[in-house]
Design a protein around this ligand. Structure first.
Ligand SMILES: Nc1ncnc2c1ncn2[C@@H]1O[C@H](COP(=O)(O)OP(=O)(O)OP(=O)(O)O)[C@@H](O)[C@H]1O
Length: 231
């Protein structure tokens, strides 16, 4: 009997993005090919303005490409309308940003419960899962703290818990440790890679931190609008 080949978690095929600027057109992405496999962490390292955020927005179905196709799991997305893209994003994609964007009036646990309840999970089950996840991330003693009562590193760990609360297939992170001191960045990063391995999701992380990038499974860059694998 043949084993079924696993699907990539995310597959970008010849993805293009351009922006009109006055008379001219800025060709930011000229045909990106990228495959992320489940359980794999990939660092995206490129100079400012190269198109890292653009690539993450496209991969997260927040923007539409001007050409090419984006598969989430084995689902092509180019033909989808906005409602279908939103539904797929909620189910399959988690985001972590440089600034945590947690809701200040809610506790750590509630911040992690919310996306699960939006998805339709009951309150008790959402709470149970949020507490379990926060404990896994070393925040078992901080469950009822509001973001303002947490350190920067703790806030970012809550943001990671929120991003993975719905067990997405793909985690997209834009400079997740860019706002943290080196030691805290190191810790948050370790937690991030641990959860990628433990949960089998695939992570694409834009970072300027080469030391942290070296600890990920792969490193890629953007060169002249194309994606290039680094050693
Ligand atoms: N909506 C837009 N309209 C016009 N140009 C845009 C738009 N969004 C991005 N750009 C341009 O596209 C290029 C890539 O932007 P992007 O934000 O993806 O870069 P980046 O690699 O994430 O940079 P940084 O590391 O500084 O965040 C930049 O030159 C930017 O000015």
């Amino acid at each position: 009997m043949n084993a079924v080949a696993p699907s990539p978690a995310l597959h970008l095929q010849k993805v293009q993005r351009r922006y009109a600027q006055g008379e001219t057109t800025l060709e930011i992405l000229r045909g990106i090919d990228l495959t992320l496999w489940p359980g794999q962490s990939v660092a995206l390292i490129a100079p400012s303005g190269a198109g890292k955020s653009t690539l993450l927005h496209l991969a997260g179905l927040l923007e539409r490409p001007d050409g090419g196709e984006i598969y989430v799991g084995d689902q092509p997305t180019a033909h989808m309308d906005d409602a279908e893209r939103t539904a797929l994003r909620r189910l399959e994609i988690g985001f972590v940003y440089q600034f945590h964007h947690l809701l200040p009036e809610f506790s750590a646990t509630e911040n992690v419960m919310l996306p699960q309840m939006i998805r339709g999970l009951g309150r008790a089950e959402a709470r149970r899962r949020a507490e379990e996840l926060l404990a896994f991330l070393g925040l078992g003693q901080r469950l009822s703290h509001r973001p303002g009562m947490l350190s920067g590193g703790e806030q970012q760990r809550v943001a990671i818990a929120r991003a993975v609360a719905n067990t997405p297939r793909v985690l997209l992170a834009d400079e997740p440790t860019g706002n943290l001191d080196p030691k805290t960045a190191d810790h948050v990063f370790a937690v991030l890679t641990e959860i990628v391995r433990a949960s089998g999701l695939a992570a694409l992380v834009a970072t300027h931190n080469l030391e942290l990038a070296r600890r990920m499974d792969r490193r890629v860059t953007l060169r002249d609008g194309l994606l290039v694998e680094l050693e």
